[in-house]
Design a protein around this ligand. Structure first.
Ligand SMILES: [Zn+2]
Length: 482
């Protein structure tokens, strides 16, 4: 759904495509494998369909597309192929990150564009396709997409989301506040003309504005998701929304204190949510209603995990990627938040509601999938600052397993489901003949031990293999500044 509007850039892209991905020196320095034909032999394949892992497979690809997937013993390897023996390794499809912003919290409610570090970290983390799911600098996001597609910047395939569709009364300084349904229609059409292909509605959007935005977007084949508050999940589903971000923890419709069309004072109520029943009653009815109307839900467990005292284990690789200021800010935020829940316990007033609410969110996501819903996976690199591009997407898969999905189901959610929602299931999301060679080489076996998903060595995008470690090293100390 990309339209070429920039004359010079379009010419460059056309040339790059004609030459079969001519990469700039800035991108080439991260390339580990680039050959007309590649054969990955003796590798364990987790194909993204949810099927069990298959040991000792050979996958061949050429000109960016998968040519064969077969048992290593019977595989035909083209004579000109560059062969890589991957004994002890696993191969999964590139992750499809469905809540993967380009920005990061800078403190005091301001978010900064990570136009340098995040495209590299997404790719390094095995995320070969992202949806930006709410853009603060849509022009920057579009330029990043053009540069990546032209081979002048390392990064994933990008579905750029328009600027947040937000209503009056927003807390967020960087968001335009719509003035009514006409403004919503105009905004959607303007940004579709600029090249975005999806939208995200935000907390204060009114039902009338949301309805106008959805119909303008649908008219032109674009989809709308939402992190809503003034509008409840069932109301949004009835208006035709395509996807809902974050899950039950942000659905205000069951709060007894919510008034129609208004974002209630206490927009997040983990104590209330932790007492809801997933298996019967109103929440279960809501789940069935979303499924009946084909509304997807995007899981963003990593950003909620930060609110759970003592979680997650803070990783060296995350601290190393952060700038000194961002590192300081994140650690302070985390200690402050954990201390607050600890002192509450000491005074015996109230224990943190987050461990129970986090568990309930996981139960909601399981119940949604069990009932037939399309669950998508994202990370949401906001909150206290500990969730960052790529690493956060891996954490999401680990948390889906903690939620009760099998490892291959979790990988299916994080790959094939996103591809299906984006209308790209014939190109990406699973490892199969004819699909793009967007493949992640992992040391170990994530089907047995999901944490192995952190051991990514090579990420193939369009059949070109990028060195994950080198990409990560190139952004040390920069997340939070650029
Ligand atoms: Zn978000």
């Amino acid at each position: 759904m990309w339209r070429c509007l920039h004359t010079v850039l379009c010419a460059l892209i056309a040339v790059a495509i004609a030459r079969g991905q001519n990469l700039s020196p800035e991108v080439s320095e991260f390339v580990k494998v680039k050959a007309p034909v590649v054969a990955l032999t003796h590798v364990r394949v987790i194909d993204g369909t949810g099927a069990p892992a298959r040991d000792d497979q050979t996958v061949t690809f050429s000109k960016g597309k998968i040519e064969s997937v077969s048992d290593a013993s019977s595989a035909k390897i083209p004579a000109e192929a560059q062969v890589m023996d991957l004994h002890g390794y696993s191969l999964i499809p590139g992750l499809v990150g469905m809540h993967d912003h380009m920005f990061y919290p800078m403190g005091d409610g301001i978010f900064g564009e990570m136009g340098f570090s995040f495209p590299r970290l997404y790719l390094a983390g095995g995320v070969t396709t992202i949806r930006t799911t709410g853009s603060l600098e849509p022009y920057t996001d579009l330029e990043i997409k053009h540069a990546v597609d032209a081979g002048t910047m390392p990064g994933p395939h990008i579905h750029v989301t328009g600027p947040y569709l937000e209503g009056k009364g927003s807390w967020a300084l960087q968001l335009h506040q719509l003035t009514g349904p006409e403004d919503a229609t105009r905004t959607v059409n303007f940004w579709l003309d600029q090249g975005v292909d999806n939208f995200k509605a935000y907390m204060f959007i009114t039902p009338a504005e949301l309805s106008a935005a959805i119909s303008a977007a649908h008219k032109r084949g674009a989809k709308v998701t939402g992190h809503l508050c003034a509008v409840g999940f069932r109301e949004a589903a009835a208006l035709g929304i395509d996807d809902l971000e974050h899950g039950l923890l942000v659905d205000t419709e069951f709060f007894p204190w919510k008034k129609p069309g208004e974002c209630p004072e206490k927009a997040e109520a983990p104590d209330f949510v932790s007492k809801l029943d997933m298996q019967s009653g109103p929440v279960h009815d809501m789940i069935l209603e979303l499924i009946r109307r084909h509304v997807a839900v995007t899981s963003t467990l990593p950003v909620f995990e930060l609110s759970v005292p003592g979680r997650p284990t803070i990783q060296r690789r995350v601290l190393d990627a952060l700038s000194p200021d961002a590192r300081n800010e994140f650690l302070n935020n985390k200690v402050h938040s954990d201390d607050a829940s600890r002192s509450k316990r000491a005074y015996d007033t109230e224990v943190s509601p987050w461990p129970a609410a986090f568990k309930r969110e996981m139960e909601f996501e399981r119940a949604f999938v069990q009932a037939g819903g399309l669950l998508l996976a994202g990370e949401d690199p906001t909150g206290m600052g500990g969730v960052i591009a790529g690493f956060g997407d891996q954490r999401e898969v680990e948390l889906l397993v903690e939620a009760g999905f099998t490892a291959v189901e979790a990988i299916h959610i994080a790959t094939a489901n996103g591809a299906q929602f984006l209308g790209e299931a014939d190109r990406i999301g699973t490892i199969a003949t004819g699909k793009l060679a967007d493949l992640v080489v992992i040391k170990g076996d994530p089907s047995l031990k999901i944490e192995d998903i952190e051991n990514i060595e090579i990420v193939f995008k369009d059949g070109i293999g990028y060195d994950s470690r080198k990409l990560i090293e190139s952004v040390q100390g920069t997340v939070g500044s650029r």
